[in-house]
Design a protein around this ligand. Structure first.
Ligand code: ZN
Length: 138
C-alpha cells in the first residue's frame, strides 16, 4: 500500500514517536493523543481491519505488553484499549492511559485531543521505550 500513512511509518518513510517494533508489529504514539502516552499498535503488514490480522494471538500479546508498560511508565493501572477503524485504514489498536479527571468517560472521547508539545511527545516516547526494555528484561 504505497499511500498508506502507517505503511510509510513502518517503512520509516515518515517519522513517528516509535515505542516498539519487532518483525510483525509496531507501536508508536498517536500524534492526536487523547492522553499522554496514547499509543497505536499495528501489524507491519497492511490489513484494513484489526479483524483481518491472522496472527491475532501474537497481536494481542503485543498490545498487552504495551499496556503493561504504559501502566508502569505512565504511573496508572487504568489503561484502556479501543478498536475503531474510521481513521487511518490500516489496522490499529488504540492503547490509552487513563487518569482521574482526564476529560473522558468510561470510553475515551475522540474529540478530547490533548495539546502535547513535540519535545514532550519525544520525552514520553523515550520513557515508554526505556520502560519497555526494563519490563522485558525483568
Ligand atoms: Zn498500511
Amino acid at each position: 500500500m504505497q499511500d498508506c500513512i502507517f505503511c510509510k511509518i513502518v517503512r520509516k518513510e515518515l517519522p513517528s514517536y516509535l515505542i516498539f517494533e519487532d518483525e510483525n508489529f509496531i507501536a508508536f504514539l498517536d500524534i492526536r493523543p487523547l492522553n499522554p502516552g496514547h499509543t497505536l499498535v499495528s501489524p507491519k503488514k497492511h490489513h484494513r481491519w484489526v479483524w483481518d490480522v491472522p496472527e491475532a494471538g501474537r497481536y494481542f500479546e503485543t498490545v498487552r505488553m504495551i499496556a503493561k508498560t504504559l501502566q508502569k511508565t505512565m504511573n496508572t493501572e487504568w489503561v484502556v484499549a479501543d478498536i475503531g477503524g474510521m481513521g487511518v485504514p490500516h489496522a490499529h489498536v488504540h492503547v490509552v492511559p487513563r487518569f482521574p479527571g482526564d476529560g473522558h468517560a468510561e470510553f475515551v472521547n475522540a474529540q478530547n485531543v490533548k495539546d502535547i508539545p513535540t519535545e514532550e511527545m519525544k520525552r514520553i516516547a523515550e520513557e515508554i521505550r526505556k520502560g519497555f526494555h526494563r519490563a522485558n528484561s525483568e
